[in-house]
Design a protein around this ligand. Structure first.
Ligand code: XBP
Ligand code: MG
Length: 252
C-alpha cells in the first residue's frame, strides 16, 4: 500500500521541548508556593507517564499521599499555569524545531503527503511551538491534530493513533509515524502504524523495539545524521524517498 500520510509526535520529535516543559513545571511550582523542583533525572523518570497533568497528578499522589481525585484537583491549576508559562516560552521562539523537521514537512507537502499529529500534549502547546518557529500558518499544515483532549487513554495506548487514523480516513498501513519515545513506538505499533524514531535528550537509549529505524535526528543534506538502527540506503538525511523506502520495507 502506498504511503499517504505522516503522523508526527510533538514533544521530543518536532522539537526538543521536554526540557522547556520541565522548567515550566518548576516555575509553576514556585508560583504555587511549593518547594518542589524536578531535576532532569527525576523528570526522565516521570516521563514514563504521558500527559503533563496525569504526570503531575501521580507525583502528587506519591508525594502527598492524596487520593487520585484530590491529587487531580490540586494538579489542575498548577498544570494550567505550567502550560501558560510553556506556551509563552515557545511562542517567543525559545525552542527551535529539531534538525530536518521543517525541511521534511515542506518536502512532504510538496509530494502530496498528508500531515497529522498524535501527541500526549495539548493543542495550545503545538500552536505555540509552530508559531514560534515556522509561523502560525504551519498549524494548518496538519490536517488532523490528535491531542491530550482527543482520547482518554494516552500513549502507550493506541487510542490517539486510532483517533487520528479515523479522522484521516486512512488505514494504518498507508501511514508512517515519527516518534521519540518508547510509549510512542508502542502506541503506533499497537495501532499497526509503522514508526521511525528520532531519539531526543530524554529518550536516548530507551527501548524502541518495533521501530523501522532509530535515528539521532532527521538530518539535513549538509549535516549527516546518525542511524542507530535500520538502513538509510546511503542517504545523508531523511527525505520523502527514504520514508517511502522504509514504509515499503515495513511490510505495509
Ligand atoms: C509528551 C507528553 C506531554 C508533555 C507535556 O507528548 O507526554 O505530556 O510531556 O505536555 P508527546 P503537557 O506525545 O508529544 O511526546 O503538559 O501539555 O501534557
Ligand atoms: Mg514525544
Amino acid at each position: 500500500m502506498d504511503l499517504r500520510a505522516l503522523i508526527f509526535d510533538v514533544d521530543g520529535t518536532l522539537a526538543d521541548t521536554e526540557e522547556a516543559h520541565r522548567q515550566a513545571f518548576n516555575a509553576a511550582f514556585r508560583d504555587a508556593g511549593l518547594d518542589w523542583s524536578w531535576d532532569q533525572a527525576l523528570y526522565r523518570e516521570l516521563l514514563a507517564v504521558t500527559g503533563g497533568r496525569p504526570r503531575l497528578r501521580q507525583y502528587i499522589e506519591r508525594t502527598l499521599g492524596l487520593s487520585e481525585a484530590d491529587a487531580d484537583a490540586m494538579a489542575g491549576p498548577i498544570h494550567a499555569r505550567k502550560s501558560e508559562i510553556f506556551q509563552s516560552d515557545l511562542t517567543g521562539g525559545r525552542v527551535p524545531l529539531r534538525p530536518g523537521v521543517e525541511r521534511l514537512l515542506r518536502e512532504a507537502r510538496g509530494h502530496g503527503l498528508r500531515l497529522a499529529v498524535a501527541t500526549g500534549s495539548s493543542r495550545g502547546n503545538l500552536a505555540a511551538l509552530l508559531t514560534g518557529t515556522i509561523g502560525a500558518e504551519a498549524v494548518d499544515w496538519f490536517e488532523v491534530v490528535g491531542a491530550a483532549d482527543s482520547v482518554a487513554a494516552l500513549k502507550p495506548a493506541p487510542d490517539i493513533y486510532h483517533w487520528v487514523l479515523g479522522r484521516l480516513d486512512l488505514p494504518a498501513a498507508a501511514c508512517l509515524a515519527v516518534e521519540d519515545s518508547t510509549a510512542g513506538v508502542r502506541a503506533a505499533g499497537a495501532a499497526g502504524v509503522p514508526v521511525i524514531v528520532t531519539e531526543c535528550a530524554y529518550t536516548s537509549g530507551d527501548d524502541f523495539t518495533g521501530a523501522v529505524a532509530v535515528l539521532a535526528d532527521l538530518g539535513e543534506p549538509d549535516r549527516p545524521f546518525a542511524v542507530h538502527h535500520g538502513d538509510a540506503a546511503g542517504r545523508t538525511c531523511v527525505d520523502v524517498a527514504l520514508l517511502r523506502l522504509w514504509h515499503a520495507g515495513s511490510g505495509q
